[in-house]
Design a protein around this ligand. Structure first.
Ligand code: AMP
Length: 186
């Protein structure tokens, strides 16, 4: 990592707020709203998220609702790629495919439009945070089912102690910041 890259990471780190016990007791929520509101930091974060994929021929960025829309849309623009929505169940208006995945308590479903990705298109999946990997893994399954070629997964934050990368099927992934689950960012 160059000194400049380290400066960027430190700036981003300082703008991620830990909110204990949100949305449930025991969860330390990583709030990225201060980062999004800082023009310099937001620009740097998008550049750093996009950088590993600039020469990868990405056709489409698939962003996961809802913070993955904000980051993924900007990354898509930076890469000269299109954007596809990965949404929570029941929110997409047209013909769609669904994928269920397991949460700590119960199950969740995410969806994509059936025509969001054409077979053979090169896809980068973007979300703000990798925790257990259930959400990103399910997004990967949706892209696989549409015939997309997954170039990788890009996250702002990885809660590395949760081992979520195991859910990504051995495909490349990048995270700008890695944190412990106790809420302290390393
Ligand atoms: P997971 O499926 O367990 O990897 O959870 C990842 C998804 O849940 C992402 O869309 C995150 O935005 C959200 N998420 C999970 N844990 C947190 C957390 N501690 N802080 C903020 N967002 C979280």
């Amino acid at each position: 990592m160059t000194i400049q890259e380290r400066d960027v990471v430190e700036r981003l780190r300082s703008l991620i707020r830990d909110v204990p016990d949100f949305p449930r007791p025991g969860i330390v929520f990583k709030d990225i709203t201060l980062l999004l509101g800082d023009a310099v930091a937001f620009h740097a974060a998008i550049g750093a998220l996009a950088q590993p994929y600039v020469d990868q021929g990405v056709d489409i960025v698939a962003g996961i609702e809802s913070r993955g829309f904000i980051l993924g849309g900007a990354v898509a623009d930076r890469l000269g790629a299109g954007f596809a929505l990965v949404r929570k169940e029941g929110r997409l208006p047209s013909d769609r495919i669904s994928q269920a995945y397991t949460l700590e308590y119960g199950e969740a479903v995410i969806e994509m439009h059936s025509d969001a990705i054409a077979p053979g298109q090169r896809v980068l999946i973007v979300d703000d945070l990798l925790a257990t990997g259930g959400t990103a893994g399910a997004a990967g399954a949706l892209v696989d089912r549409l015939g997309g070629d997954i170039v990788g997964f890009a996250f702002l934050i990885e809660l590395s102690a949760l081992g979520g990368s195991a859910a990504l099927g051995g495909r490349p992934y990048t995270a700008l910041l890695r944190t412990k689950t106790d809420g302290g960012i390393r």
